[in-house]
Design a protein around this ligand. Structure first.
Ligand code: NAP
Length: 259
């Protein structure tokens, strides 16, 4: 299926590794020009080199911390009028909420709620004037089924989700949709490093803990980031213009409910 994205431009935040990188791959395969943003230049350049092998579109990198005003400004200077915006950043740490200071909460709210809102604020009106826009926020399955030790993520991402639910109904009339993609467990650096910390905390070995994390997943495996990237590309497609304000969970069946 041709997703109708050829020649469009996407700004992919936190796009050098993992899920953001996978979104960039799927978009480039559809002929999209991409600007990928991350803090580390080396991983960005190596991802960009792979992306350039894939398609004919333009691939640019911006070294920036997307959670800072300066970083956002730099990203938007390189890509002032994106047709597609993928909001993403590192997730907050796990832990007991009793140990979190107000500053810890501010950092989580900034990275996982306020940063995407700031990005949306800058690009939205241009998208509406041009009558095309697709905004995807990478959130977490923890929005749908909160995880006790991920209080910072549960809180910050639910705030973003509530905001998007209201805004997205105001923009679809101009062909600008805003949706959230909720990953369950996908094989990425972040997910593996969480298995490392869980193993250290439990005094167990990595493989044992990593395998135990599979038990609640009916699919019997972790997600492949490319599966996530392709879902992202679909939600960005011309065909997905009637979908907005939705929370699309991709978790191998782990969430046991109907809705
Ligand atoms: P990952 O593989 O570790 O990749 C993270 C990417 O984000 C890297 O490109 C990293 O590059 C970039 N990044 C992090 N902080 C940044 C910042 N402040 N500014 C710009 N770029 C930044 O992680 P992932 O698994 O794809 O996770 C992506 C998001 O999904 C996270 O919020 C994570 O919590 C959430 N999530 C993931 C899973 C999963 O199973 N993988 C499940 C639920 C939720 P630099 O470090 O070089 O900046």
């Amino acid at each position: 299926m041709d997703l109708g994205l050829h020649g469009k431009t996407a700004l992919v935040c936190a796009g050098s590794k993992g899920l953001g990188r996978a979104c960039a791959f799927s978009l480039v395969r559809e002929g999209v020009n991409v600007v990928i943003v991350a803090r580390g230049a080396q991983a960005l350049e190596s991802t960009a080199a792979e992306l350039r092998q894939l398609g004919s579109g333009r691939v640019e990198v911006v070294v920036a911390d997307i959670t800072t005003p300066e970083g956002r400004e730099r990203a938007l200077q390189h890509c002032p009028q994106p047709d597609v915006l993928i909001n993403n950043a590192g997730g907050p740490p796990a832990g007991d909420f009793r140990d979190f200071s107000a500053d810890t909460w501010q950092a989580a709210l900034n990275a996982n709620m306020l940063t995407p809102i700031e990005m949306i604020k800058v690009v939205l009106d241009g998208m509406m004037e041009r009558r095309f826009g697709r905004i995807i926020n990478i959130t977490s399955s923890a929005v749908k089924a909160p995880i006790d030790i991920l209080a910072l993520s549960n809180g910050a991402r639910s705030g973003l989700t509530g905001f998007v639910a209201g805004l997205s109904r105001k923009t679809i009339g101009k062909n600008v949709t805003i949706n959230n993609l909720l990953p369950g467990l996908f094989e990425t650096d972040t997910m593996r490093s969480r298995s490392v910390s869980m193993a250290q905390a439990a005094g167990k070995d990595f493989d044992e803990v990593h395998q135990q994390r599979l038990l609640p997943i009916p699919a019997g495996r972790f997600g492949d980031p490319s599966e996530f990237g392709d879902a992202c590309a679909y939600l960005c497609s011309a065909q997905a213009g009637y979908i907005t304000g939705m929370n699309f969970l991709i978790d191998g069946g782990a969430y046991p409910g109907t809705f």
